[in-house]
Design a protein around this ligand. Sequence first.
Ligand code: ZN
Length: 235
Amino acid sequence: MTLAPVKTPLVVKKIFPNYIWDIPSTDKVIYLTFDDGPTPKITNWTLDTLKEYHAKATFFCIGNNVEKHPEIFQDILDEGHSIGNHTHNHVKGWKTKSKDYLKNIEAAQKTINNQILHNNSEIVNHKSSIIDRQSSIINLFRPPYGQISPKQGKKLIALGYKIIMWDVLSFDWDHTISKEVCLHNITSKATNGSIIVFHDSVKASKNMQYALPKVLEFFSKKGYFFKAIKLEANN
Ligand SMILES: [Zn+2]
């Protein structure tokens, strides 16, 4: 991943057309994404910062972290953000047999779905309507490290998942770059419809917590809106 470019080249997007790299639009919309949470304090800081700018985002959660921090997971939902699957414990697709990889992803999805049902059943008191709503929403998946074999990708798509890659990497996790470079990676490369990768993890927090408010400020001033990735079943 350290060899990955900040901006995904068009040729890569064309080689893998079944994956979603951006959401083309003439509108000034940017899709911020946060991988690897929920993480105590950092995810809540992220939610508070997004709220200041009326920004929505997509959180690609690790199933194991959802189990450990269900209350933070609920905070993400309550704020109206989207949820994606980032495997149950951050497994590498290229080093994992397809059968095991899919099992791991399905385990994470089960955790996510159960948590959504469990946490919301008392409030809505109408489980079937939640299930109906859930089943009309496509499951989003992002492979850890961007590692996914063509076979794994095909199988996931057949199961109904949409595989969400990215247009711009912030490199927030990379301790060899400064926080200023992390910020510049985004302000110099993001445009209408860009999907941007951040991490709500301890490792990335130094760069992310510097760059995120500045990204929100920079693009808000230019008239951009920040939206969550929400794909309906009929899309
Ligand atoms: Zn990750």
